[in-house]
Design a protein around this ligand. Structure first.
Ligand code: KIV
Ligand code: NA
Length: 277
């Protein structure tokens, strides 16, 4: 695989080839995601829950995002790296949005940025794109504004809200977004938006018709147990594996089984050392 570009993702949509994306927040995860041939890695602000142990994404800072984007960039070779813009880093003005998107790219090293919202962020998206940074939009369920939405619920369930989400998608495309994440909407709406926009859509809980799919790494490999949304498929149970390994290590040490001879260095001066006792 060669370095993934926005042009490659666009041509995948046109050819009907599905796009894959997962999150990663560190070097070793990024290494494996890239090695698996996943096209896009999102350094998501979901790191609030998965690696920082917070209850929501709202308090994540620019510094924390940059801190995690850097090792992901080092771990991945070909995958496109998306840096998630944290809450409060782009909502005030187009100038603020360009300033912070530029920081994620310059200091973090990501290829593109992602931000949440519809019509209300179109001017920020346009400003960032004009500033030379590709933008991935994110509509539907937008976790940063969860208190406005009233909780983690499927979005676009009424005809009016579905229409409004389609408008959001079209406005973001017009503003210059190169791709859209669509989160937690009925499958029919995921399909409609995907057909109406020219840019690739990447769904999470938005059905099979999106141009691509994204899952949070810790959810899909079973490393996050606090809650499991309906749209998450567990492809592995690493949590159980890790727990087993840790318990076995603990038991073997307590029982004097580890380290056995194969894990131990021996000096050639054993006899002399004995005399020192
Ligand atoms: O932060 C994140 O992981 C995300 C995905 C759920 C799209 O924004
Ligand atoms: Na996010």
């Amino acid at each position: 695989m060669a370095k993934v570009t926005i042009q490659m993702l666009q041509s995948m949509k046109e050819k009907g080839e599905k796009i894959t994306m997962t999150t990663a927040y560190d070097y070793s995860t990024a290494y494996f995601v890239d090695k698996a041939g996943i096209e896009v890695i999102l350094v998501g602000d979901s790191l609030a829950m998965t690696v920082l142990g917070l209850d929501s994404t709202v308090s994540v800072t620019m510094e924390q995002m940059i801190h995690h984007i850097k090792p992901v960039v080092r771990g991945a070779h070909d995958a496109m790296i998306v840096g998630d813009m944290p809450f409060g880093s782009y909502n005030q003005s187009p100038e603020q949005a360009v300033y912070n998107a530029t920081r994620l790219m310059k200091e973090g090293g990501c290829d593109v940025v992602k931000l949440e919202g519809g019509k209300e962020v179109a001017d920020k998206v346009k400003a960032i794109v004009d500033g030379g940074i590709p933008v991935m939009g994110h509509i539907g369920l937008t976790p940063q504004t969860i208190s406005k939405l009233g909780g983690f619920k499927v979005q676009g369930k009424t005809v009016d809200s579905a229409k409004s989400l389609l408008e959001d998608a079209l406005v973001l495309q017009e503003a210059g977004a190169f791709s859209l994440v669509i989160e937690c909407v009925p499958e029919e709406l995921g399909k409609l938006i995907t057909e109406k926009v020219k840019i690739p859509t990447i769904g999470i809980g938005a059905g099979k018709y999106c141009d691509g799919q994204v899952l949070v790494f810790h959810d899909m490999v079973g490393l996050f147990e606090k809650f499991l949304p309906k749209f998450v498929k567990r492809y592995a149970n690493l949590g159980e594996e890790v727990l087993k390994a840790l318990q076995e290590f603990k038991n073997e040490v307590k029982e004097g089984k580890f380290p056995s001879d194969e894990f131990v260095f021996k000096g050639v001066y054993e006899e002399e050392l004995k005399r020192l006792y």
